[in-house]
Structure formats: C-alpha cells, structure tokens
Design a protein around this ligand. Structure first.
Ligand SMILES: [Zn+2]
Length: 107
C-alpha cells in the first residue's frame, strides 16, 4: 500500500486531496500536508467499458466514489480481484496514486 497524501487546514481542520494555496472551506492560508489512513468505504461504483480516448486500452475498469475514514469523499479507480464482487458498503483500501488519480482495491 502506498502513502495517500492529502492536505489538512490549520484553521478548520477539514481535509482536501488537492494542494490548494488556501482552504476551500474557510479560506485560511495555512494548509499542511498529511498522510491519510488509506481506509474507506465503497459508496458507489460503475464499470467503464467504453472509455474516453486517453484511457482506451484500459477498459474495462471501475470508477468508484469512496468515503474515506477521515470524512472525505473521493473519486478513484477500484481494482476488483478475479472471483470477487464489489458491493456498496464494502471496505476498501488505498493502493497507489496514479497520474489520473488514486487506485483502491477491496480490503
Ligand atoms: Zn479551513
């Protein structure tokens, strides 16, 4: 499992996965890097069989909405091993960060 880096606001303590110059929630300018647990829950997912041009050759793949244990909701790719089936509410775990975003798998 890789490290899932995010950013926490020094003012309101809300967490964001983007490195904005100031907090998107309260506007404070002190945003500090933080490492998330990488644990979350599958809120929704869909399988992409006809991808946009840049992702052609990667299909089929799953796009998931994941509620992280830190209270943050992210969109990510979801890897489902052969013989397993993803269900809403399943625990998931962060695998690694790719150029197109985070990868998760069923835990
Ligand atoms: Zn803030």
């Amino acid at each position: 499992m890789g490290l899932f880096e995010a950013f926490v606001c020094d003012g309101c303590t809300r967490v964001s996965v983007r490195a904005d110059r100031c907090c998107r929630y309260c506007g404070a300018s002190a945003v500090l890097p933080v490492i998330l647990s990488g644990h979350g829950t599958l809120a929704s997912f869909t399988t992409i069989r006809v991808p946009p041009t840049v992702f052609q050759g990667q299909e089929p793949y799953n796009i998931a909405v994941i509620d992280l244990d830190e209270g943050l909701r992210v969109t990510a790719r979801l890897t489902v091993a052969e013989g397993r089936e993803a269900t809403i509410g399943d625990p998931v775990i962060f695998e690694e960060m790719r150029s197109y975003g985070p990868m998760f798998c069923l835990s």
